[in-house]
Write a protein that binds this ligand. Structure first.
Ligand SMILES: Cc1cc2nc3c(=O)[nH]c(=O)nc-3n(C[C@H](O)[C@H](O)[C@H](O)COP(=O)(O)OP(=O)(O)OC[C@H]3O[C@@H](n4cnc5c(N)ncnc54)[C@H](O)[C@@H]3O)c2cc1C
Ligand SMILES: *[C@@H]1O[C@H](CO)[C@@H](O)[C@H](O)[C@H]1NC(C)=O
Ligand SMILES: *[C@@H]1O[C@H](CO)[C@@H](O)[C@H](O)[C@H]1NC(C)=O
Ligand SMILES: *[C@@H]1O[C@H](CO)[C@@H](O)[C@H](O)[C@H]1NC(C)=O
Ligand SMILES: *[C@@H]1O[C@H](CO)[C@@H](O)[C@H](O)[C@H]1NC(C)=O
Length: 561
C-alpha cells in the first residue's frame, strides 16, 4: 500500500536526489495539457516543404470577372471554435497587411463562440467562478494561444502552482499517491526508478522542440498531414502505440502502464496500448499549464472580434455544392439561405457537421470515430472522496487529482469506473468544484456514494471530445477540392485548441496562395512557379517573407512575419 497522507517536508526540498522535480512535474497533470516550456534555441533545420497541391492558376483575384455586381470575393468559414475563429483572424492579418480584398462569413450552428471550449457556472450562478466544460488547459509552448492572451489582454490562470496531491487508481488498488514533496518523490523513484521518467521526459522534450519549429518563419507548410509527419520524421512512431514506442525508448512497462497511461486516459480518454505514440507522448507534456481567467472561449471571441468577419450564430450550414463546374464557386446553403463563395474553410469535424457534400468530396474523408466522453461537473462540501470506495480506512485523504490506469483491466482485473476525478478549487467557503471524466454516465447514486452524500449541484455533458487515435499512417485531406479546405484534418494527428489554430494558419495560407496569390505573410510559398512571359522563358516567382518583428525569441509565425 503506497497511499499516505500528504507529507510536506520542505526542509528536504533541496535534497541530493537528482531530479525530484522531473518526476513530480510529469505527474502534475491538471486535467489536460500540452507541450513543455522549452528553451528557445532549436536544434532542427527543416527543409522547406513544397506541397504538391500548391499549384495555382495564374490569375490573381483582382483580375477575375465576377458574376455578381459586388465583386469582392467571399470566403466562408464553417464553425466558430478554435479552428474557425482563428481562421477568420488569420485571413484578417492578410487584409491588414496587404489590403487583401475579401469578405469573410463565419457560420456557427450553436448560439455561442468556442465550440468544444466553453464554460458553465456552478448552480448557473455567474457570481461563482466559471468552470471549463471542454478544452481547459494550454501551455507555454502553445504559442498562438499564449500570444493571443497577451495581445488581447486576457489574464492567464496558472494551474501548475496548485500543489494538490495526485494519485493513480487502477480500479482495484491505489497504485500511488503523491503530494509533490521530497518524500513522495522518493517513493516514486522507488517504484519506477530514475531512468524511465528521465527517458520519457527527454523523448517528449525532443518532440516538443520539433513541434515548436511550426512557429518559425520557415515553418513547413503542408497539404497533407502525413507529409508534415514525414518531414518531422514521425511517420514511424505515429504508426505505433505509445506503449510500443516508449518501450523502444527504454522506458519500463510499469512506468508506461501506470504513469503514461494515467496521462493518456485523462487527456484523451484512451489507453496507452491503444493511442498512437505522438498523442501519447504529448499527453506527458504538461509543464506551465494555464487557462484564461473567465474562460478560454474569450480567445476565440477575440479572434472573431479582431477579424473583419461577419459571424452568423445559430446558422447551421446544411449543404455545400459546386455552383457550376466553370465558375469555381461553392454554393453554401445554411438555415438563412444560399450564398456563393470563392473559398470554403471547414473548421469542424467533417462527419459531425451534418453537411451534404458532393459525393466526390465526401468519399475523400473516411469515417473517423470520435471518443464519446462524459463530463460530470459538480459542487461538493466533501473535502475528500470516500476512502472506503478505494478500500482504504475511512478518513484517509484521497488525492484531489485522481488519475487512473487501465493496467489491472488489461490483465483481467477490474476497470476503473472513471477516467479521472479532479478537484478544481473552492467555489466558496467549504464548497469545491469537481470535474469527472468517464466513458459512461455517472448516476446520482454513484456520485452520492463517492462524495458521501454531500453533492450540491451536478451538470452532465456528453462530448465527442477528440478523435480516437490508434496508430495510423493516413490522415484526412487538408484540401478537399479546389477552394475547399479542411482544418480538422489535423485532429487525428494532434487534437488540442492550440493545434487547431496552427492547422488553420496553414489552411489559410494554402487557401490564400491557391485562390488569391497571397498569404498571411505575403507570398511566402517558395515553390518555383512558371510564368509564361512574352519571351516564353520560365522565371521563378518567389516573394520572401517580410520581417515584421525584430526579436527572434518572441517571433510567432502569422502574428509576426
Ligand atoms: C472535455 C474536453 C476537454 C478538453 N481538454 C482540452 C484541453 O485541456 N486542452 C486543449 O488544448 N484541448 C482540449 N480539448 C480539445 C479541444 O477542446 C479541441 O481540440 C478544440 O477545441 C477543437 O476546436 P475546433 O474549432 O477544431 O472544433 P470545435 O470546437 O468542435 O468547433 C467546431 C464548431 O463547428 C460548429 N459546427 C459544426 N457543424 C456545423 C454546421 N453544419 N454549420 C455551422 N457550424 C457547425 C460546431 O457547433 C462548433 O462550434 C478538450 C475537449 C473536450 C471535449
Ligand atoms: C450567487 O453566488 C453569490 C456568491 O456566492 C451569492 O451571493 C448569491 O446569492 C448567489 N445567487 C443566487 C441566485 O443564488
Ligand atoms: C503502419 O503500420 C502498419 C501495421 O503495422 C503497416 O502495415 C504499415 O505499412 C505501416 N505504414 C507505414 C507508412 O509505415
Ligand atoms: C466580442 O464581440 C461581441 C459582440 O460585440 C461581444 O458580445 C463580446 O463580449 C466580445 N468578446 C470579447 C471577448 O471581447
Ligand atoms: C462510501 O463507500 C462505501 C463503499 O463503496 C459505501 O458503502 C458507503 O456507503 C460510502 N459512504 C458514504 C457516506 O456514502
Amino acid at each position: 500500500m503506497l497511499l499516505d497522507a500528504p507529507v510536506r517536508n520542505t526542509a528536504a526540498e533541496d535534497s541530493s536526489i537528482t531530479s525530484p522535480s522531473t518526476t513530480r512535474n510529469l505527474l502534475k497533470m491538471r486535467c489536460r495539457a500540452l507541450l513543455l516550456l522549452l528553451p528557445s534555441a532549436l536544434a532542427f533545420e527543416l527543409p522547406f516543404k513544397v506541397p504538391n497541391l500548391f499549384s495555382r492558376s495564374p490569375a490573381p483575384a483582382q483580375t477575375e470577372v465576377h458574376s455578381s455586381a459586388a465583386s469582392t470575393p467571399r470566403i466562408a468559414v464553417i464553425g466558430a471554435g478554435a479552428a474557425g475563429s482563428s481562421a477568420a483572424f488569420w485571413i484578417s492579418k492578410a487584409q491588414d497587411r496587404f489590403g487583401l480584398d475579401v469578405q469573410v462569413d463565419v457560420y456557427e450552428k450553436s448560439d455561442y463562440v468556442g465550440g468544444r471550449s466553453t464554460v458553465v457556472y456552478p448552480y448557473g450562478n455567474t457570481s461563482l467562478p466559471e468552470l471549463e466544460l471542454g478544452g481547459s488547459i494550454f501551455v507555454t509552448a502553445n504559442k498562438n494561444l499564449w500570444r493571443a492572451s497577451d495581445e488581447f489582454g486576457l489574464g492567464r490562470r496558472d494551474f501548475s502552482d496548485e500543489d494538490e496531491s495526485t494519485g493513480i487508481w487502477d480500479g482495484q488498488e491505489m497504485l500511488l499517491s503523491f503530494s509533490g514533496s521530497w518524500w513522495d518523490t522518493a517513493k516514486l523513484l522507488w517504484r519506477y526508478g530514475f531512468l524511465s521518467p528521465r527517458r520519457t521526459e527527454n523523448f517528449v522534450r525532443a518532440l516538443v522542440d520539433k513541434y515548436l519549429t511550426l512557429y518559425n518563419s520557415d515553418s513547413p507548410k503542408w497539404d497533407s498531414v502525413a507529409d508534415l509527419s514525414a518531414t518531422f520524421g514521425w511517420t514511424d512512431f505515429v504508426n505505433k502505440t505509445a506503449l510500443e514506442h516508449l518501450r523502444t525508448e527504454g522506458v519500463s512497462d510499469k512506468y508506461i502502464n501506470e504513469v503514461v497511461d494515467a496521462a493518456t486516459r485523462v487527456n484523451y480518454g484512451q489507453d496507452v496500448d491503444y493511442i498512437h505514440a505522438l498523442e501519447g507522448a504529448l499527453s506527458m507534456a504538461a509543464n506551465g499549464a494555464v487557462g484564461i481567467a473567465g474562460g478560454n472561449f474569450q480567445i476565440f471571441e477575440k479572434f472573431l472580434n479582431h477579424s473583419r468577419a461577419n459571424v452568423y450564430l445559430k446558422t447551421p450550414v446544411v449543404s455545400i455544392a459546386e455552383k457550376s463546374s466553370s465558375s469555381h464557386l461553392w454554393s453554401v446553403k445554411s438555415s438563412s439561405g444560399t450564398r456563393d463563395y470563392r473559398a470554403v474553410i471547414l473548421a469542424a469535424p467533417f462527419h459531425q457537421t451534418g453537411i451534404a457534400f458532393p459525393p466526390a468530396v465526401a468519399e475523400k474523408v473516411p469515417p473517423l470515430p470520435y471518443l464519446h466522453l462524459h463530463v460530470t461537473l459538480l459542487a461538493t462540501t466533501a473535502p475528500y472522496l470516500n476512502a472506503t470506495y478505494f478500500g482504504l480506512p475511512e478518513g484517509t485523504p484521497i488525492p484531489r487529482m485522481l488519475l487512473t490506469s487501465g493496467q489491472a483491466a488489461r490483465v483481467g482485473g477490474k476497470k476503473p469506473e472513471f477516467n479521472s476525478i479532479s478537484y478544481h478549487g473552492l467555489i466558496r467557503d467549504g464548497e469545491w468544484a469537481v470535474k469527472i471524466f468517464s466513458d459512461h454516465a455517472l448516476t446520482d447514486e454513484w456520485l452520492a456514494e463517492m462524495f458521501q452524500g454531500q453533492v450540491g449541484w451536478v451538470l452532465r455533458k456528453e462530448w465527442d471530445a477528440y478523435p480516437k487515435v490508434p496508430p495510423t499512417s493516413t490522415f484526412p485531406p487538408v484540401k478537399l477540392d479546389r477552394g475547399l479546405y479542411y482544418v480538422n484534418a489535423f485532429e487525428p494527428f494532434i487534437s488540442t485548441m492550440e493545434t487547431e489554430t496552427v492547422a488553420s494558419r496553414n489552411v489559410v495560407d494554402l487557401m490564400l496562395s491557391d485562390e488569391f496569390n497571397s498569404g498571411i505573410c505575403g507570398r511566402t510559398i517558395s515553390a518555383v512557379e512558371t510564368d509564361a512571359s512574352e519571351d516564353g522563358a520560365q522565371k521563378p516567382l518567389v516573394a520572401p517573407a517580410r520581417q515584421e518583428t525584430t526579436n527572434p525569441d518572441n517571433f510567432v509565425l502569422g502574428w509576426d512575419c
